[in-house]
Design a protein around this ligand. Structure first.
Ligand SMILES: [Zn+2]
Ligand SMILES: [Zn+2]
Length: 240
C-alpha cells in the first residue's frame, strides 16, 4: 500500500461469533457492508476468539478489501484489548493461548446470545459452546507482551468508556507496556477527549465503530470510517 494515501478503516467489528452481535453480522455481510461504506481496511474483532477470521480473510480477498487478522481479548482486569497481527498464524497462536486461559463456562444462549461460526458460503455451520464474552486469566501486561512477541500490535479498546476500558479498570496505561495507539469510541470527539486527558497526548488514536449491527460499520465521529494518516500508517505498518 502507498503510505501517502489516506486509508479509510474500521478496525473494530464484531461478527456473529460474538454473543452480543446481531445474527446478520456474518463475515460475508460485514465485508459487503464495508465495501459499500468505502472502507480500505477492516478488522473483525470477536471476543477472545478468531474462529471466523480464516473464512473472512478469504471472502475479503475476493472483494478487494483488506482484512487484518484480529481479536478483542478481555484481560483478567476486564480491560478490552484489540490485538492485530500481520498474518493468520500468529493470530491463531494468540487465540489458542487465550483459549487455554478462559474460564470453563458454557455459553447461555438465552442470556448472552448465539456464538456462530460460518463457512465460505456465509452459512452458519457450528456454535461455539464455551462462553467467549468473559475475562481471561491473563493480565493486561501478559496479553500485551504475548501479542507483541507474536509480532502483533495491541490497541486498548474504547478508552473513553466506563466499562471494559483501561482507564476505568487500571486507572492508567502502564508506562512500560508496548502501547502506542489507543481507540476512542465513535460517539466521542477524540480531540476533546484528549484535551481533558493530557496524560494520553503521547498516544495516537484510532476510532473503530465497535459494530454489533451492519449499519454501524464505518461509523466514527467523522462519517465514512476513520482515516489512517501517514504518521499512524508508519506506526501500524507491521500489520497494514
Ligand atoms: Zn470492547
Ligand atoms: Zn468490541
Amino acid at each position: 500500500m502507498n503510505p501517502r494515501k489516506n486509508l479509510r478503516c474500521d478496525l473494530h467489528i464484531h461478527s456473529c461469533l460474538s454473543p452480543c452481535a446481531d445474527l446478520l453480522m456474518t463475515p460475508g455481510n460485514i465485508i459487503k457492508q464495508a465495501v459499500k461504506a468505502g472502507l480500505d481496511y477492516i478488522a473483525i474483532t470477536d471476543h477472545n476468539s478468531a474462529g471466523n477470521i480464516p473464512v473472512a480473510r478469504k471472502l475479503a480477498e475476493r472483494s478487494g478489501i483488506k482484512l487484518i487478522p484480529a481479536m478483542e481479548v478481555e484481560t483478567r482486569e476486564e480491560v478490552h484489548l484489540l490485538c492485530y497481527f500481520p498474518s493468520l498464524e500468529p493470530l491463531q497462536e494468540m487465540e489458542s493461548i487465550v483459549a487455554q486461559n478462559l474460564p470453563d463456562l458454557q455459553n447461555d444462549e438465552e442470556y448472552f446470545g448465539y456464538q456462530l461460526l460460518t463457512d465460505i458460503n456465509d452459512q452458519y455451520i457450528a456454535k461455539e459452546e464455551r462462553l467467549l464474552a468473559a475475562a481471561s486469566m491473563l493480565t493486561f501486561t501478559e496479553i500485551v507482551e504475548t501479542a507483541t512477541k507474536l509480532g502483533g500490535v495491541v490497541i486498548p479498546s474504547h478508552v473513553d468508556r466506563k466499562s471494559n476500558s483501561v482507564l476505568t479498570h487500571l486507572g492508567f496505561i502502564p508506562p512500560n507496556a508496548e502501547i502506542k495507539v489507543i481507540e476512542v469510541s465513535p460517539n466521542t470527539d477524540p480531540v476533546e477527549f484528549l484535551r481533558i486527558h493530557p496524560e494520553l497526548n503521547q498516544y495516537m488514536y484510532i476510532q473503530g465503530s465497535d459494530s454489533h449491527y451492519l449499519d454501524d460499520i464505518g461509523r466514527c465521529s467523522r462519517a465514512g470510517g476513520f482515516v489512517i494518516n501517514d504518521q499512524l500508517h508508519s506506526l501500524l505498518r507491521s500489520i497494514l
